[in-house]
Design a protein. Structure first.
Length: 167
């Protein structure tokens, strides 16, 4: 495996792992603050990012690359409210998308077409994740600081979490 691509894939392993840990911390905050639906949503997001990380690890190993299991930064643990939580969610998804695009760009530059093909799954996944993050944040911005609106939002996000956990 090309060493440039191998490093980028290992970096992506770290980004996915970091997102998983960040979403776990966000779930914990939501749980502790009475947002059970939001908590379940972020517990599911955390698990999804962990699966993305494992998929990369297995791919690197299958291609005879060297996987570097990363040390992770401590995730942010405290939030001013659920709007900030979902702003962080969107920022994280945008960052991951940018990194995936960089891997794809480099794989094409280095004529690593199998890696390009493999990464297309991540492109599709990120389109969905960013759209979901934007939609949920838009809804929260409409609600503003209305506590009854946050209660209804939490209930609605719980339905999304339940549907995603069945997939």
């Amino acid at each position: 495996m090309n060493t440039i691509i191998e490093k980028l894939l290992n970096d992506q392993v770290k980004f996915e792992a970091q997102a998983s840990m960040q979403y776990l911390a966000m779930a914990s905050w939501a749980d502790a603050n009475g947002f059970n639906g939001v908590a379940d949503f972020f517990y599911n997001q955390s698990e999804e990012e962990r699966v993305h990380m494992l998929k990369l690890v297995k791919f690197i190993n299958e291609r005879s690359g060297n996987v570097a299991i990363p040390a992770l930064e401590k995730p942010k643990e405290s939030y001013s409210g659920i709007i900030e939580l979902f702003e962080k969610f969107l920022q994280s998804e945008i960052f991951v998308t940018e990194q995936i695009n960089h891997v794809i760009f480099e794989s094409l530059q280095n004529k690593e077409y199998s890696i390009h093909n493999f990464m297309q799954w991540y492109v599709s996944e990120q389109l969905e994740e960013e759209a979901l993050a934007r939609t949920l944040l838009d809804k929260l911005n409409i609600i503003g600081n209305d506590k009854s609106g946050h209660y209804l939002f939490d209930r609605d996000v719980n339905a999304i979490a339940a549907a995603n956990s069945k997939e």
